[in-house]
Design a protein around this ligand. Structure first.
Ligand SMILES: C[S@@+](CC[C@H](N)C(=O)[O-])C[C@H]1O[C@@H](n2cnc3c(N)ncnc32)[C@H](O)[C@@H]1O
Length: 280
């Protein structure tokens, strides 16, 4: 961790380290199991059908055991049980910037727009706990039913990007609350904004933000979130974009917003996809 974290006791520092390893499941990769898609199974269709029948009859499934540390480190997979898919590098970046905001006294709350199982926001809440920062909130914004279908007429950059049917991205709000509760971090410093960003964010009762983390993938989702919330980011606060390097619709939304609003603050790269800037 950076020198900004020097204010924490070693025990609090180790708490955040431990939590990070839990949220990514890096600490338990040897215990991880992942379902195998039998379509990838070697052999003929008849053989696969035979295996499927045997599995069904016995209520068995075929799994691969053990996760890949390198892959998880850079957030290149959708983990089977971890509370976040962003991987270690982007989770550490969120921790570093949220910590800086607290220690530098940047006013405002923390928010992530697009939380999936909630891992980044759980870490945000833990950072407030570690620093005894009871005057800030963590906002958890998501449809909690996955991505919207692309609206290519209004947002041409999203044409052909349809993730609306992907069940793995549909994590209900009760499941996310249960994830906060699993770590003892579900309390009145955590606020849930349930619904499409276009409906929830413009009227959300958020006064000021110290950290805005965007992770909604699409042009529409990124533009809805950044338009509603970037004006609330304090001077000296941080805007983090998860999908900038890897996903053109997201990059275009961020570039369009920055150009339209004359934002020239330098972008810093986190890894193969994440970037951030500090608001001047
Ligand atoms: C890639 S996942 C976020 C990953 C998460 N940050 C993590 O730590 O693993 C994208 C999330 O954005 C949400 N989302 C995307 N577009 C949205 C929109 N327009 N309104 C509300 N939620 C949206 C999806 O439901 C999904 O949970």
């Amino acid at each position: 961790m950076s020198s900004w974290s020097a204010a924490l006791s070693p025990a609090a520092e180790r708490y955040l380290d431990l939590l990070t390893g839990c949220l990514t499941r890096e600490l338990f990769l040897d215990e991880e199991v992942r379902n195998i898609n039998l379509a990838d199974w070697p052999g003929t269709n008849d053989e696969r059908d035979g295996i499927r029948a045997t599995l069904r009859r016995n209520k068995w499934r075929v799994v691969q055991s053990g996760g890949d540390a390198e892959v998880r480190g850079v957030g290149h997979d959708w983990p089977p049980t971890a509370e976040t898919m962003v991987g270690r590098a982007r989770l550490d970046n969120a921790r570093t910037l949220a910590t800086r905001a607290v220690l530098d006294g940047v006013p405002g709350d923390f928010i992530e727009t697009g939380v999936w199982r909630g891992g980044v926001t759980i870490l945000f809440r833990a950072i407030l706990e570690a620093y005894d920062a009871s005057d800030r909130k963590v906002w958890v914004a998501d449809s909690f039913e996955g991505l919207p279908a692309p609206n290519a007429e209004q947002y041409p950059a999203d044409e052909g990007v349809d993730l609306s049917g992907v069940d793995a991205l549909k994590i209900g709000v009760d499941a996310v609350k249960a994830n906060f509760a699993r770590y003892g971090l579900l309390d009145d410093q955590v606020e849930f904004l349930v619904g499409w960003f276009s409906d929830t964010l413009p009227s959300a009762p958020i006064e000021q933000l110290a950290v805005l983390r965007l992770d909604g993938d699409l042009y529409e989702s990124t533009m809805d979130a950044i338009s509603a919330l970037e004006p609330k980011v304090s001077s000296g606060g941080y805007v983090i974009v998860d999908d900038y390097g890897a996903f053109d619709p997201c990059k275009k939304a961020v570039d369009d917003y920055r150009a339209a609003n004359g934002i020239t603050d330098a972008l810093t790269t986190v890894d193969w996809t994440g970037v951030w800037w500090q608001k001047s």
